[in-house]
Write a protein that binds this ligand. Structure first.
Ligand code: B12
Ligand code: SF4
Ligand code: SF4
Length: 240
């Protein structure tokens, strides 16, 4: 009797269920042509589909918070947890894992994300999502040799920033770290490390908080403080 080949739908359903079981969120998939420069899979086949994995709103935090990495007091616990759980998914499903924090050079996660989901470049440089606002990020990607299809956003999808005339994200930073020239990291960090930076240290980035889109989906306070501590510790190495 011939062995049934799994249908792509079955495979995707199993993969998405396995991602959900880690506490992370499936964040769409895209076709990757050769010019994207992905490395070949461990068996030498070229990558054809990239499956993005991340977090959205509060999903993705509690599984990490319960992990051994979150308590072992070694550096970069969230990155190490991500490598463990996404690496296990890669082994189990025959994929290669890529991470947003592995660099420089950095994999272009934001560019990939815009091909897989309706997310748009905001004036802060963070991508804004129509539902999650600025409260979402990526923890890794699984590269497959198979063609698993794409989840491209509708061509008519529009950025929430288009209708946002007040743009409070650009006027809330106490030291105007955001301008047409981009994000002035040195200015932000100088404020964060000064006595006047207490609110940003405890409550997180004021500019990110000011966005009205998805404001009810803001990360939990404990997570905000963790991310801010990690940001201050890393300075030039972002992982969130
Ligand atoms: C280097 C880096 C930083 C640096 C410098 C960021 C900067 N603006 O100069 C530092 C350490 C300061 C930093 C800080 C933070 N970062 Co950062 N960072 C990165 C990293 C590792 C690489 C970014 C990069 O150089 N991309 C260049 C190329 C390789 O990527 P690309 O997709 O082709 O390029 C697009 C972006 O660069 C984008 N872009 C990025 N910044 C800006 C700024 C402006 C003004 C514009 C117009 C465009 C723009 O435009 C490109 C085309 O689409 C990415 C992860 C990744 N691998 O992408 C995270 C990433 C961008 N950071 C992220 C986050 C959340 C933060 C923080 C809020 C961290 C925190 N504490 O939680 C802060 C604040 C950032 C801010 N307000 O802009 C998230 C953003 C999630 C999202 N919703 O978009 C990412 C994607 C990481 C992740 N794990 O998801 N970060
Ligand atoms: S405050 Fe307005 S312009 Fe800024 S990110 Fe949010 S929707 Fe976009
Ligand atoms: S953390 Fe504070 S100082 Fe830095 S960009 Fe955000 S609001 Fe400005």
């Amino acid at each position: 009797m011939a062995t049934a080949t799994p249908r792509p739908d079955d495979f995707l359903a199993r993969l998405e269920a396995a991602i959900a079981a880690t506490g992370l969120v499936a964040r769409g998939r895209l076709a990757v042509p050769a010019e994207d420069g992905l490395p070949p899979l461990p068996d030498g086949r070229p990558a054809r589909t990239l499956f993005l994995v991340g977090r959205a709103s509060r999903q993705g935090w509690s599984a990490f918070a319960a992990s051994p990495e979150s308590r072992d007091r070694r550096p970069d616990p969230l990155d190490r947890w991500s490598v463990r759980v996404i690496g296990e998914l890669a082994d189990r499903f025959g994929a290669a894992a890529l991470y947003p924090f592995a660099g420089p050079p950095w994999w272009p996660f934001q560019r990939w994300a815009m091909r897989a989901e309706p997310v748009f470049l905001s004036p802060l440089g963070l991508l804004v999502h129509p539902v999650h606002g600025l409260w979402h990020a990526w923890r890794g990607a699984l590269a497959f040799a198979e063609d698993l299809g794409e989840t491209s956003p509708a061509p008519t999808a529009v950025s929430p920033c288009t209708a946002c005339t007040a743009r409070p994200c650009l006027t809330t930073c106490p030291v105007d770290a955001f301008s047409a020239a981009g994000y002035d990291v040195a200015r932000c960090v100088a404020h964060l490390e000064s006595p006047l930076g207490a609110l940003c240290r405890t409550d997180g980035c004021r500019a990110r908080d000011a966005c009205p889109i998805g404001c009810g989906r803001r990360y939990a306070d404990e997570e905000i403080r963790f991310l801010m501590r990690a940001f201050r510790a890393a300075r030039s190495k972002d992982t969130r």
